[in-house]
Design a protein around this ligand. Structure first.
Ligand code: GSH
Length: 202
């Protein structure tokens, strides 16, 4: 059994979970919740960076980060499934990089309030991160993926938009009707998207 260290709210962990579902591998993965803030969590011995997701293989080796894990899962499923052969591979991987970058920028904005005192909050830094997301949204609105795309790029993008819904009250939806429609189509075709949605406790 593979072990996935993740947490319910992690957008990168969600990417791995959806990838596993699309590839028919969910049954081979046990999810063990990790607390990235707990120095006592053995996550830090599994991944020195202390980040999730991390995938523990049968031989005890650990894979990270999410891009490596989804590539491993694709290989496990026979290859060429969610990471298509070249040259399409490079388009899918670039979209994944863009979506991962959106998630990084969103997470950094959240950490700015989580890890810093209000007096240390640096609006310029937060705006710098927000700009990355705004520009990515503009680019993607001009040319969204195909409605039936289920490659790593599409999966990562769905997770990025889902994270903006979760942490930024879905404000991205205003002004991006094509992306809104795309996410709806993605969710309809990949049930794991709704199944992995994190709903914060009331
Ligand atoms: N590039 C990494 C990013 C993973 C990441 O940022 N994970 C966040 C949670 S979603 C995390 O572990 N944060 C804790 C930390 O940065 O210490 C990936 O693709 O897996």
């Amino acid at each position: 059994m593979l072990v996935l260290r993740s947490s319910p709210a992690s957008p990168f962990g969600r990417k791995v979970k959806i990838a596993a579902a699309v590839l028919g591998l969910s049954d081979r993965i046990e999810v063990v919740v990790a607390d990235t803030n707990d120095p006592g969590d053995n996550l830090r011995s599994q991944n020195p960076l202390g980040k999730i997701p991390a995938l523990i293989l049968d031989d005890g080796a650990t894979l990270y980060d999410s891009a490596v894990i989804v590539e491993y899962l694709d290989w496990l499923a026979g290859g060429g499934k969610i990471i298509p052969p070249a040259p399409e591979r490079f388009r899918a991987l670039t979209l994944q990089a863009l979506a991962d970058g959106m998630m990084d920028a969103a997470i950094l904005q959240i950490y700015e309030t989580r890890f810093r005192e209000p007096s240390q909050y640096v609006a310029k830094w937060v705006d710098h991160q927000a700009g990355k997301i705004d520009r990515a949204l503009e680019r993607l609105e001009a040319g969204p993926p195909a409605d039936d795309a289920r490659d790593v790029g599409a999966i990562a993008l769905a997770c990025a938009l889902g994270y903006l819904d979760l942490r930024f009250a879905g404000r991205w939806r205003t002004g991006h009707p094509r992306l809104v429609a795309w996410l709806k189509a993605f969710a309809a075709g990949a049930p794991a998207f709704d199944e992995t949605r994190f709903v914060p406790p009331a």
